[in-house]
Ligand binder design. Structure first.
Ligand code: FMN
Length: 385
């Protein structure tokens, strides 16, 4: 058997503190610290505890080339434990699953630390709403009581600021000011397909193509994109869109067209939307969800193993979400964006692997409900729609 180390791995020294309750009751501070090394790899679902022998062995095996183990192998037990957990990869047929996952990441040209941060910040089965409520962090007063005051909202520097002229508000100012995150969608009012189509046209449709050769094409869109690569794809989960069967669709930005994708039974979609949105029912009520899922490998084709590439991709997604907000507001629609999503469930539903392509944020659009049940942040009470 030949082995190699996985492509991206970092080791973290971890300290866990436990208390001796009996000693505490006797009035003695009795905290015990336990130290261990944990390994984070970009192709593994969670951290793996490693002992010193495993840590040292990992540091002595190449990630670039396969090496034959000596026979007999003085570290045979450590090698097989590391192969078992996936930190070492073996060239034998039984271990191709881990190898394939690792090679997908390597071939997508991820920079090590962002690959690891991306993998280990993805959620599965998180209910962010009950987690926040349990910690008392779901209201501004709860945040203040639990966390103390935040850093100031504005931090002026010492000196005299030169006042700037303010122009009278025109229609564009009004449009910008009307934008607000909607957490109260009208559940009885479906979204009309022409309105959804117009929103996609204004935000993620390509209005020009630059063809260098048949395999090298760049798109021009209304939103900017790092390197002009436009790696982010838009997937639609139609829940209540007139003229569209409920389910998942992939948006084609050049054809301006939707492709129906395999979808679970319509009656299960509302619950799936709630899970994808980590329990945020106020967003799951939107009739149309737009899932923004970059193809990282397209961006990393240019920015290979690049420390800034992941940041640029996330910024791209932010630009798209702002364009969605603005376009929705212009059409009298309400909208939102959230990054608090269970990426693993979303990626599974889309049929993407999370490494070459993965969901980063979900936007929603629809009609605002007459009544506000969930709090929104709209101090001047602009009510679009
Ligand atoms: C990147 C990003 C992530 C957000 N995630 C959430 C979220 O998970 N849940 C939520 O209710 N609002 C979310 N929001 C909306 C913000 O809470 C909202 O923008 C903020 O409260 C200000 O309100 P406004 O958008 O109406 O001005 C998010 C906004 C952004 C830009």
């Amino acid at each position: 058997m030949r082995v190699r180390r996985c492509t991206h791995v970092v080791l973290e020294p971890r300290e866990s503190v436990s208390f001796d309750i009996a000693a505490l009751l006797r009035g003695r501070a009795a905290a015990d610290s336990r130290f261990e090394w944990v390994a984070f790899a970009s192709h593994l679902d969670g951290p793996v505890a490693v002992d010193e022998a495993a840590r040292d062995l990992l540091g002595s095996i190449s990630a670039r080339r396969w090496s034959e183990r000596p026979q007999p192998d003085p570290h045979a037990a450590t090698v097989s434990a590391l192969v078992e957990c996936g930190l070492l990869l073996a060239d034998t047929t039984g271990h191709h699953g881990m190898r394939d996952r690792d090679e997908t990441l390597r071939d997508a040209n991820w920079w090590s630390l962002t690959a690891i941060a991306h993998r280990h910040s993805r959620w599965a089965g998180v209910d962010s709403v009950s987690d926040m409520r349990a910690q008392g962090l779901d209201t501004a007063t709860g945040l203040r009581a639990t966390l103390g005051p935040p850093p100031p909202s504005v931090l002026p520097l010492a000196g005299l600021y030169q006042p700037l002229p303010q122009q009278g508000a025109d229609a564009f100012d009004q449009l910008l000011a009307n934008r607000a995150t909607c957490r109260n969608f009208d559940q009885d009012k479906p979204l009309e397909l022409p309105l959804l189509a117009q929103l996609l046209q204004r935000t993620v449709m390509a209005h020009a193509e630059v063809r260098i050769d048949p395999e090298t094409v760049f798109l021009k869109k209304n939103v900017p994109s790092g390197g002009g690569l436009h790696p982010t794809e838009t997937w639609l989960l139609a829940l209540r869109v007139e003229g569209l069967a409920p389910g998942f669709y992939h948006y084609h930005p050049v054809q301006h067209a939707l492709l129906p994708r395999p979808s679970p039974a319509p009656e299960t979609l509302a619950e799936l939307a709630r899970r994808m949105l980590s329990g945020q029912e106020w967003f799951a009520d939107a009739p149309a969800l737009l899932i923004l899922a970059p193809r990282f490998e397209r961006s990393f084709w240019k920015y290979r193993n690049h420390a800034k590439a992941y940041r640029a991709v996330l910024l791209d997604v932010g630009h798209i979400s702002q364009a969605i907000y603005t376009s929705a507001t212009a059409a009298g629609l309400a909208s939102f964006v959230t990054a608090a999503i269970n990426e693993e469930e979303v990626d599974r539903a889309l049929g993407v692997d999370g490494a070459g392509q993965g969901a980063v944020a979900i936007c929603g659009v629809g009609w605002r409900a007459a009544e506000q049940v969930t709090a929104e942040f709209d101090p001047p009470r602009h009510r679009p729609g």
